[in-house]
Design a protein around this ligand. Sequence first.
Ligand code: NZQ
Ligand code: ZN
Length: 384
Amino acid sequence: MFNNFVYQNPVRILFGKGQIAQLDRQIPKDAKILLTYGGGSIFKNGVYEQVKEALSGRNVIEFGGIEANPTYETLMKAVELAKKENIDFLLAVGGGSVLDGTKFIAAAIPYEGDDAWQLVTGKARIREATPIGAVLTLPATGSEMNFFAVISRKETHEKKGMGHPLLYPVFSVLDPETTYSLPKQQIANGIADAFTHVMEQYMTYPVNAEIQDRMAESIIQTLIAVAPKTLENPTDYEARANFMWAATVALNGFIGVGVPQDWATHDIGHELTASHGIDHARTLAVVLPHLLKLKKKDKRGKLIQYAKRVWNLSGTDDELVEGAIQKTIDFYESLDIPTKASAYGVGQETIDKIVSRFKEREIVLGERADITPEVVGEILEMSI
Ligand code: NZQ
Ligand code: ZN
């Protein structure tokens, strides 16, 4: 059944060439700003200069070094700095990791408890957050227009998602030209991540939600069409702009309203990043195809719809199901992204650890809450 829903997305998007120049108007005049960034890509591609120029004369301090898969340990240093400096606006400049990390910082600044990790686990409630703005330089996660963040903890090898409406950015600047400097591998990752975000919300069972289904299909078709162009020619503005916007709408909540959602691939993938350091998007490609194979009966209706509408396949229903899964594998592989966990040295030992972690946490996954830890084990065993 098409479920009831409430939808509100407050993020102001400033999309296109030169939009960083608008920053001054987006941030309150008297704000004390903390500019957060990652490992330094913003210094090499001119983004830092553009941001500084847009904010010249403003009260800005900086915190760099937020790593890919941002860690609690690093982020707490930013929280300390922000508290000391009485920061009242956060400006995240970078990819999903910088944005996610900044969302955690935003929640942790006003938090008065003594263990801020509880904001990630959900044991502590987020009641307040410092406002955030973002300049996105890597299309992939959708973090620029959603309220989620995924935070890692080095000490315990954990990687967990958190979310709260107070963590929506006030605005996000999306200038496709800032992404020209991305290495091919990061573009491939971004395409695979956005593709999988759509699949998590679409590849479940039909509930006659035509708008969500057709939008999901159009995002996937757009990604399929622009992938070779934007990989081949990084400065093709039209291709990059279409990719960037596709990645945003893939996870800004719109296609997920009123429909069942899966997210098992992401939850299993986070464990692979936590244990083997595999890039987020690459973990998805080694899980989803095997999950689809294992759950092909439950997902049959949608697999058939996807085969016909997205891949223009024809044949018997059984052929369509098999064809849909094969096309999914071929798509990841066309991005030079392996679909086997064994490609990263994942073996039975890791699988056993992941299964026992899920057992400890009593986690069941999937749109029907029937992917038990044992089923997670089966999926991963198919992948090695
Ligand atoms: O750190 P710097 O030097 O900036 O370099 C980054 C990093 O090494 C580099 N990069 C970013 N923009 C660049 C650039 N290099 C050259 N030119 C540019 N324009 O790319 C590398 C990867 O960046 P990262 O931010 O880690 O990648 P991504 O955007 O894919 O983010 C991945 C993180 O987001 C989480 C993932 O789990 C992972 O931790 N996710 C967040 C979600 C959300 N908030 O809704 C949902 C996703 O499913 C995902 O889980
Ligand atoms: Zn993702």
